[in-house]
Write a new protein. Structure first.
Length: 187
């Protein structure tokens, strides 16, 4: 099983400690940046290896998370990198700005340890499952859909108005029901 490489961008060292404690350290490798400038430096300086995903807090010193996200999306090499906003804010303006800026997902930081463990375990499982021949298209949500998370398969749709650990189960079930097992031809 491939190691999941995650860049956590958060100025709270306690948050990093909690994530390490809650994750499967045998299959997840964490890299940390404490501000936006450090995150961009790490992403741009390691030309050989990008993380599998970026977990990005919004409230950062210096360059905030929204600006980091805009910079990632405007960089030709980084623009397709999955970025998940991981913030205490549930303000509608922050969620909308994150999706308008190109976030792939917005997860409100859980306040309890049990909820954090469940969220991280589901996230790790979901990302690893996508290595097993499944296709996951990540793109900017500019559709003005009323969903925090949505999936489509041909003419079928799934929409979830909020992001929580149960969403991963819904996405997994949807994917299993609509997986295309045939050869794919892309012109």
């Amino acid at each position: 099983m491939k190691t999941l490489n995650v860049l956590l961008v958060d100025d709270d060292p306690a948050q990093a400690d909690l994530l390490l404690e809650c994750s499967d350290i045998a299959t997840t490798r964490w890299t940390f940046a404490t501000d936006g400038y450090e995150a961009l430096y790490r992403l741009r300086s390691d030309a050989a290896s990008l993380p599998d995903l970026v977990l990005l807090d919004l409230n950062l010193p210096g360059m905030d998370g929204h600006e980091v996200l805009r910079t990632i999306r405007s960089d030709g090499r980084l623009r397709l990198l999955p970025v998940i906003i991981f913030s205490h804010s549930d303000a509608r303006r922050d969620v909308i700005a994150a999706y308008d800026g190109g976030a792939n997902c917005y997860i409100r930081k859980p306040f309890g340890l049990d909820e954090l463990q469940e969220t991280i375990a589901q996230l790790e499982t979901f990302m690893k499952e996508n290595e097993d021949g499944y296709h996951m298209l990540l793109f900017e949500n500019s559709t003005k859909m009323p969903f925090a998370v949505a999936a489509t398969a041909w003419d079928n749709q799934l929409g979830c108005p909020t992001m929580n650990p149960k969403v991963f189960d819904a996405l997994r079930t949807f994917r299993e029901a609509h997986i295309d097992k045939g050869p794919e031809v892309v012109p």
